[in-house]
Write a protein that binds this ligand. Structure first.
Ligand SMILES: O=C(O)CCC(=O)C(=O)O
Ligand SMILES: [Fe+2]
Length: 196
């Protein structure tokens, strides 16, 4: 049995992923407790079939620039020192700095994220997006435009980095898992191409 893993590159058709299931196993409990307590979680609205509804999760945009996605602009909240320290750890793993992070709080298995690509112009052409998961394990789906699908289970303390041309050819989603009781926090660290 393998007790401790190291990062592994997964090469996909037109994209690549760095997958490290227990990257932050030692810190994950502390991070989950601190972030659950300290982050100013917000309920945002989205437009679906012409109607305004609550997003099925809470979120918070943090960092150094305003982010325009899903047709809305989000002003950032200032860095939380713990999240800033996480960004620095990720910089040493990924070899590039991160100056913004979207935090999502999935309160239970009814919370989710629909199919999308992280392809906003602010992120530049082939963005590297580093995703840290804390709390309940959830299923993460990737779908290539040819229809090919991949699945990963994002565990407490895991790191998934999406890199290369992925965001042009693949979309991803976090489907509902109604039997999941626990809370999950996910942080996707990003870099603004405009300020680079
Ligand atoms: O919660 C996740 O693992 C996915 C989050 C995501 O795709 C995003 O924030 O863009
Ligand atoms: Fe995403």
């Amino acid at each position: 049995m393998q007790l401790w893993s190291s990062p592994e590159w997964l090469t996909l058709n037109q994209g690549c992923l760095l997958w490290w299931p227990d990257a932050f196993a030692g810190e994950a409990d502390y991070w989950l407790a601190q972030l659950s307590r300290d982050i100013p979680w917000q309920q945002h609205r989205l437009t679906m079939f012409g109607r305004e509804v609550n997003e099925p999760r809470l979120s918070c945009w943090m960092g150094e620039w305003a982010y325009r996605y899903s047709g809305r602009e989000r002003a950032p909240v200032p860095w939380h020192p713990l999240v800033k320290a996480m960004a620095e750890r990720l910089e040493s793993i990924c070899g590039q700095p991160f100056d913004g992070v979207l935090l999502n709080l999935y309160r239970n298995g009814n919370d989710s994220m629909g199919w999308h690509a992280d392809d906003e112009p602010e992120l530049g052409r082939n963005p590297t997006i580093a995703s840290v998961s804390l709390g309940a394990t959830r299923r993460f789906l990737l779908r290539h435009h040819s229809g090919e699908q991949q699945e990963l289970w994002l565990e407490h303390g895991s790191l998934l980095v999406m890199a290369g041309e992925m965001q042009h050819h693949w979309r991803h989603a976090l489907p509902k898992m109604v039997r999941t009781q626990g809370v999950r926090i996910n942080l996707t660290f990003r870099r603004s191409a405009r300020q680079a």
